[in-house]
Design a protein around this ligand. Sequence first.
Ligand code: IVH
Length: 672
Amino acid sequence: MTEKERILQLRKELADHNYRYYVLDNPVVSDYDFDMLLEELIRLEKKHPELYDPNSPSQRVGGDVTKKFETVRHRYPMLSLSNTYNREEVEDFIRRAQKTIEGDMGFVCELKYDGVAIGIRYVNGKLDRAVTRGDGTQGDDVTTNVRTIRSIPLELHGEDYPEDFEIRGEIFMTLNGFAQLNSDREEAGYEPFANPRNAASGTLKMQDSSIVAKRPLDSFLYFVLSDKDLFETHFESIKKAGEWGFKVPLEKDHRIRLAHSVDEIFEFINFWDEHRHDLPFEIDGVVIKVNRYDQQEELGFTAKSPRWAIAYKFKAETAETILEEVTYQVGRTGAITPVANLKPVRLAGTTVKRASLYNQDQIEKLDLRIGDHVFVEKGGEIIPKVTGVDLKKRKSDSQPLVYPTNCPECGTPLERKEGEALHYCPNDSGCPPQLRGKVEHFISRRAMDVDGLGTETVNALFDAGLIRNYADLYALSKEDFLKLEKFADRSAENAVEGIKATVEIPFERVLYALGIRYVGETVAKKLARHYGSIDAIRNAGKEELIEVDEIGERIAGSVVDFMADERNLQNIERLREAGLQMEIEDQGEKGNALEGLKIVVSGVFKNYERDELKEIIERQGGKNVASVSSKTDYVLAGDGMGPSKRKKAEDLGVPIITEEDFERMIEEGHGN
Ligand code: IVH
C-alpha cells in the first residue's frame, strides 16, 4: 500500500470510529488504539501536505481563528415553534389541523433539546457551511467551530443524499461535560457558565476553534430541507439522515415516536416529563410535528411558526420552602458567593438544601429576608436557584438582608470592582479559605499533580499549623506528616517524595499552579512560551503583556498585580530554591530576526506544526496576528490556506511567504 492509500484508508477508518463513538455511542476500538491511528495519520499527512483535506479527521482539533463571524442570510427562514403547556392546548393544535386536513394524521414526537439551533448545508456530501439561527432571517457563519464537533459528519455516508441540502438541528453541551468545564473554569478563576445552553452558545461564538474542539459539544439533527421532494414523511427523513451519518433520535431509545392520537402523544410527553433527568443532556419539552409532508404543506405557516408543529414545554420544576440562612462562601480567588440555606425540600429527583444566590444584585432584586417562603427552581442549572418569594407569607417584622461589608472568614473589607457583579476579599495572603484553596489548586492534577496529597491532607496541614502557603509544602519533612492523624511511615514518605517529584513538572504548569487570577492552563501556556521564564514575565509591563496573542487587559492586569506583591515573589523564590522549573526547558534560540513584524500563520506546513511556527515568531521578536489587515507584514502560508485569506493578502499587497522563505528570513535576519 502506498502512503497515499494508507492516508485515505486511515481517514475513512477514523471517520468511522468517530461515528461509532460520537453518533452511535458504540465504539469498537479503545481510545488508545484510536489515538495511535490518529497519530499515524497526522504523521503521514505532515509528510504529504499535497494531500491536505479539510475534512480529514485530523482537522477536528480546530486551529483556525475567526475574528468576526460573517452574517449569512438563511435560504429558508429559521422559524420558531409556538409553545403549549397543557393537554388542552395540544388538543387545540390537533383540532385546528384537522379542520384543514382530511383523513388520518400521524404525529412525530421528538425531544425538545435545550441548546442552540444550527442550520448546516452539505454540498456533494461535504459539510459546506453552518449558520446559527440569529434573528431567523440571517445568522452567523460558525462553520469553523461546527467542524470540530465530532458528532457532526464532515462527509456523509452512502450515496443517496441530495447534491445540495440543508439540515437543521440543535447543538448542546452534555451535562457531564458542562460540569467538568465549569469546574475547570472556576479553578482558573473564571465565572462559571449559568447553564449548559449558555455554555454551548458561548462556545459556538468563540474565536479560536481549537478551544471549541476541546469543549464537549454534541448535536441532534431534526429537520432536512431541500428543494427536491426527497421523502413523503418527516419520520423517513430522520431515519435517512441517520443513515447519512447524522446523530438523530432512535425509536429503540424511545427518543422519537410516530403517534396517531392525543393519548399516544401524551404517553411520550409523560414518559419524558418523568424521565428527562435520566438523559445525559437537557431538554425543555417535546416537539410534535405532523408527519406527512403533503399535510405539512397544506397547513403552511403563520408569520412566526409552522402550523404543522408545536412545542410542549415542561414546567420548570419548582418547590416552595423556607430560607433559613444566607451564608457567604469565599473561593480560592477571594470571590464571594452568597448561598441560600433552605429547609430541605424534594425537587426534580433530589433533596435540595442549598441554592445559589449569585451576588448582591440578585439578593436585592428578590428582596430576600430570612424566614421567607421562597420558590426554588431547577432549570438548566445544576445548582438550584431561588426565583421568588411568596410575599403573602412574609412575616411583618422581617428585615431586608444586609450584604456583608467584610469577609466572613477573615474580616477584611470586601471590594467590588466597577462593572463586576461579584465582591472579592482582597486578603489573598491571609484569608484562610483562599490560602487553602490556593494550595489545593497548586497540588491539583492539572497543576503540580502531587501524588499522595489531597484536599483532606491540605486541610489537616493547615489545621496543624504546618503550612500557610504552597511554598511551605517544600519545607515539610516525613516527621511533619507523621504528626497528622492519617499518616504512617510509608504514606508520610510517599507524601514527601510526591512533593519532591514536582521538580519534574514543566514551567507552564508551575505557572498555572501559582494560581494567578485569570491565568488558566491555556493562558499559562501562552505566557510560558512567549516569555520563556518567570523572570521575563515579572519584568514585562502591562502594555507589553497585552501585546501577547490573546492576552487582554484583564489578564495582564492580574499578572502585574500578582508580580507586584512582595509575598508572591517570596513564594516564587522559595519554589525556585526547592528546584521547581521557572523557565521553559528547551527554549530554542532567541533572536531578533523578526523584530517588530506582524505575521499571520495559516494552513498546514511540511516541517512544522502551526503552533511551532508561532513560537518561533515570538522568540524572534515578531508578533502573531490572527487575520490579515493592512498592518500585516507577512502571511506565512502553508497548504490549504483559505482562498479568502489569500485574496485579502493579495488585495492589500501583503507578501505571502512559504516556510522555506521563513527559514531563510530567520537564518539571514529579516531585511539583511
Ligand atoms: S423543529 C420550523 N425539533 O426549538 C420549526 N426544533 O422554538 C423547526 N428545538 O428553533 C424546529 N428541539 O432550536 C425542532 N426536535 C426539535 C427541536 C427543536 C429543539 C428548538 C429549535 C427551534 C426551537 C423552536
